[in-house]
Design a protein around this ligand. Sequence first.
Ligand code: GTP
Length: 560
Amino acid sequence: FPVDRIRNFSIIAHIDHGKSTLADRLLEMTGAIAKTERNKQVLDKLQVERERGITVKAQTASLFYQHRGQTYLLNLIDTPGHVDFSYEVSRSLSACQGVLLIVDANQGIQAQTVANFYLAFEAQLTIIPVINKIDLKNADPDRVEKQIEKIFDIPKEECVRISAKFGTNVDQVLQEVVKRIPPPTAKVEEPFKALLFDSTFDHYRGVVANIALFGGYVTKGDRIVSAHLGKMYEVNELGVLRPDEQPTERLYAGQVGYVIAGMKDVKDAQIGDTLYLHKHPVEPLPGFSPAKSMVFAGMYPTDQSEYTALRRAVEKLALNDSSVTVQRDNSLALGAGWRLGFLGLLHMEVFIQRLEQEYNATVIITAPTVPYKAVLASPKLIKEYREEVVTIINPAQFPEKSQVVEYQEPMVMGTIIAPDEFTGKIMSLCLLCNRHDAGYQLAELIKIEFLLNGKPVEELTTVVHKDRAYSTGKAMCERLKESIPRQMFEIAVQAAIGSKVIARETIKAYRKNVLAKCYGGDITRKMKLLKKQAEGKKRMRLIGNVEVPKDAFMNVLKRK
Ligand code: GTP
């Protein structure tokens, strides 16, 4: 396909402003999907995504569009819609020359609109503002155009007003894509060079890597190398995404498509990596950074007999998700399990929800934690760890204060986007914080354990800042009290730092006689009730002699 008739673009938007709806309309209008599938939101495939209304895994589609007697190839590159995935968004954008920046005609510019605008602006992409939902009664496109002019310095004449829901002016969007977004500068005469911007795992064919070609071409049978990992593969299959995979013989400069090349694991297909021909090494594309887990949690089967089934499920899901890390872990209280690493909390929740929905698994998750560092003081420990500075991803293994020189915690560089009128207040709040740009910073950290009648609840062990120890201990004891039903005996709920108790709640005893309701007589009814109770027990975990419902852990760990 001639490069000058290719357009590579993404749709970016604040949540709910209509990204998926517009993508569906574009697919319909170019015949990539049938109209009957209306509203199915083809680009958002996973069940979790539909339920949460957010895009987790990017899906990409190549569309053919007729404009003034010419056929154009429009590659719509979808981006995930949450901050946990901002690296993936930036890589997807670097495969594009332009974006459609959607703004809701009623809500106007929102935080995520601004953040996305800057991502596209810094990548020097052509930005086409699209004002969506003009059909709404309260739509005020004039006001939104003025906002766009004022905040983004884009003339209001450049905005396109549409209703993605009803298809109004959506064809104009496609025309503007052709007219305003430049074709990629990739040259077919140059050696093959491609950006790997997404990957999925297929049980029959292995890793399917989505790539954008920055130069040259690639053919079935070619030997290719991943620049950062330095591994070599042979291309078994390649093709375009419409949005389903459609095999072709070759992919050329400027095109977007997929390759299957015997990569065994999505970890072989690192997002942002560069692929080139074994016989023609090239300079890798800029901007690569390996996936880095920032939130860790322990995961255990609710019932150890389900360990093997759960292990298979975890392996399968991890195969499809290059940014989750999996390590085996053993806990005295919880048995065999894993310590999992995620990009962020949302990523973690999505992973667990998928385990539950797609694999019917029930799991116990321990309190999520960031990776802390401890500078060890005790020679014995240094010898044991073979290091002076250790990274701790499991609060249960947090070394005692007497054994360390200092603790350190990871820092992030944050951006606060807010309307002008709040600037003063935000500035004064920020002045209170003592912050470094990034990296690790000295921190006063404390490990809190929670006890039920004196027995520690390992999954709740948590590490917090010294000045938050009391409030956290108190709040979690209160939540535990709310979440654990009364039992035949009194239960002491305690938070402790070492041997020092810092908070306590009491759950009063309660005699629960389920059979009392049955007025003697009906034996089958009694059996049913007893069976129901026994099933209920399966969803309990015994700590000492205290029965804790599985949900209680989730309830307690959820921050309010
Ligand atoms: P994320 O995936 O969370 O980023 O959301 P999104 O931006 O993809 O939004 P989505 O397309 O799911 O649309 C959000 C809601 O707005 C849905 O209920 C849509 O039906 C509705 N919607 C989208 N476009 C229009 C429109 O033009 N008019 C009206 N009235 N509603 C729309």
